[in-house]
Design a protein around this ligand. Structure first.
Ligand code: NDP
Length: 335
């Protein structure tokens, strides 16, 4: 039998394990032109929370009592398709199933000789591309500028900060534990790291970390943390609004800073960003990320949990900050 995870309830506030349902179904049947895929690694991502709400967003909501889906690395175990052979490893937006069939649309072969397979869900996948393109298209950091990254120890943030360092910036990361802050400095080369949970006064800590003000803010979290950064922006600052995890589970509209005066006074740019809008630039971005990774200038961090039954919990753990780097669930051994 094949294991599948369905969305059983639309979460109210913080998602719970009871919002997910495990079911067993018959193994999928193969048809002409199809491939049979065995799931190897599943990506869990904060943006999936938005898709669990009924409201329409830039991606349609998940349907109740239907399988969830996210970025998956899978192995082709049988092929009736000219473009794929048994043993190929592919990336695609696939369902949370141990096995599934596909006609190949939206699947990309990944090269396991160049990088570990799970890297194609992180530094060489959607989150790495998000960091790269958010900076190159909106942040545009210049040598010597100060770049602040929130959610800095996560998948997107850790790559964004490292890229800003490669570009010669003074890089300040904001993260939720001393261990993460330590990692930002010792592993990823950030100049300063601030633990937003223990620093008594975030605005003062940011002012001390950014004596020349903030030129680029790569925002993964929104809320109070971002308010504390926004009051320190410099003239012509660029704010990459990548995500707002601090408010993904709120049930009433949060009170926040009125940002307009800060933007006007500083002729600053604040721009929302969705990585899929830049698909034409993915090959070029991938090439650069792969080069930096091969040169050792970019480090790939991940938190890997094992087991198909752990997918929902790994997703919930993102909201508790339990991951360092990309949160990935390993389902089956690489061949
Ligand atoms: P992460 O790997 O950063 O994981 C989430 C992290 O968020 C946690 O580890 C935790 O770290 C932090 N966090 C959780 N709750 C809060 C909170 N209340 N306040 C502050 N921080 C919190 O996830 P990703 O790198 O995958 O995603 C980062 C952001 O980028 C998300 O907002 C996501 O939605 C967004 N995103 C946007 C994309 C786009 O195209 N615009 C594409 C991909 C991601 P800590 O311990 O530091 O609190």
């Amino acid at each position: 039998m094949n294991q599948v995870i369905l969305l059983s309830h639309r979460p109210k506030g913080l998602p719970q394990l009871t919002d997910f349902e495990f079911v067993k179904e018959e193994m999928p049947e193969m048809h002409p032109g199809e491939i049979l895929l065995k799931t190897c690694y599943v990506s869990v991502d904060p943006y999936l929370r938005g898709r669990m709400n009924e409201t329409k967003s830039y991606v349609p909501p998940f349907e109740l009592h239907k399988p969830l889906r996210s970025g998956v690395i899978a192995e082709v175990v049988e092929s009736n398709h000219d473009g794929f052979s048994q043993g190929d490893k592919v990336y695609g937006m696939l369902e949370w199933k141990e096995y599934q069939t596909s006609r190949g649309g939206g699947l990309y072969k990944v090269d396991e000789d160049s990088a570990p397979l799970s890297a194609y869900l992180g530094v060489l996948g959607m989150t790495g591309l998000t960091a790269f393109l958010g900076l190159s298209e909106i942040g545009k950091p210049k040598k010597g500028e100060t770049v602040v990254v929130s959610g800095a120890a996560g998948a997107v943030g850790s790559v964004a900060g490292q890229i800003a360092k490669i570009q010669g910036c003074h890089v300040v990361g904001i993260a939720g534990s001393d261990e993460k802050c330590e990692m930002l400095i010792s592993d990823f080369g950030f100049d300063v790291a601030i633990n937003y949970k223990t620093t008594g006064h975030l605005r003062k800590a940011i002012a001390a970390a950014c004596p020349g003000g903030v030129d680029v803010y790569f925002d993964n979290v929104g809320g109070d943390i971002s308010d504390a950064v926004l009051v320190k922006i410099n003239p012509f600052a660029r704010i990459v609004v990548c995500g707002a995890i601090s408010v993904y589970n709120v049930t009433s509209l949060p009170q926040s800073l009125s940002v307009q005066p800060f933007l006007v006074r500083n002729s600053a740019l604040m721009q929302g960003f969705i990585v899929n809008d830049y698909q034409a630039k993915f090959p070029e971005a991938m090439k650069q990320l792969s080069r930096w990774l091969a040169e050792g200038r970019l480090k790939h961090a991940e938190t890997m949990v094992e087991g198909f039954d752990q997918i929902p919990q790994a997703f919930l753990d993102l909201f508790e900050g339990k991951n360092k780097g990309k949160m990935v669930v390993k389902i089956s051994e690489d061949q």
